[in-house]
Design a protein around this ligand. Sequence first.
Ligand code: CP
Length: 308
Amino acid sequence: MAELSVKHLLGIKYLNEKDIQLIFDTADHFKEVINRSIKKVPSLRDITIANIFFENSTRTKLSFELAEKRLSADVINFSAGQSSVKKGETLIDTVNNILSMKVDMVVMRHPNPGSGIFLAKHVNASIVNAGDGAHEHPTQALLDSYSIREKLGDVAGKKVVIVGDILHSRVALSNIFALKLQGAKVKVCGPKTLLPKYIESLGVEVETDLRKALNWCDVANMLRIQNERLDISYFPTTREYTQQFGVNKTLLNSLDKEIVIMHPGPINRGVEITSDVADSKQSIILNQVENGVAIRMAVIYLLASKIK
Ligand code: CP
């Protein structure tokens, strides 16, 4: 049986092209499963997974939990806000206590970049990064590429622009790694203050004119401003940001061609994207969420096969 080259999913940076293909092929199978009347398979009846979230989440948390349950794994959920972390317990102590209850896999979201990598070095379990600060969000990038493949037939050769707060976005970094690995052409677009200085060294081009970027691309992935990570003001006002970097229906309709609109969520309607664009036929935002379950089933299934 084909297997992943890694035993943790810490970032797209650690995957190769074959890993991504294997995840997509496995997700194709699980997508078919979750569209049946009986949406569950017994594959992981002997696996226990802890979802530990130190940061808020709607899509990722629910999607992982559903993916694990669809695979018949036992699932426990941990939210830092209601835990003994509030009494001063460390991350390693917290996770080791959870693991002593015979847990095999940990899915973790944490505000600190590299927290998953740190954990993988110190505890004996398979670790899945569900977003670590402004670093990586690998399953989001996988489901994004999978959704592009589903919509446009392939990722190779497609032109993708990632728009918005690139500096603080784990979604941007993981998407850049994933898209480049699959042979897509990538541009980033946003205020210069929200574009990291090293960005071109990742093999992406910079475009600060949104109209030009949209006219160039096949797909626009619109990101929200990560207000929770802004320590200073990076642009004068939200209104001015929206005028320069928000996509609305008038702009979309004035382009040379019909492009695909993506967004990882949560959306700030009226800031980076208007409702008539988010809810338009060109938007695949809810397809991304749907595909997230199949992708996470694939990731968990493939990692679990390395535990046994
Ligand atoms: N896309 C994403 O990570 O959304 P949540 O923060 O709701 O999980």
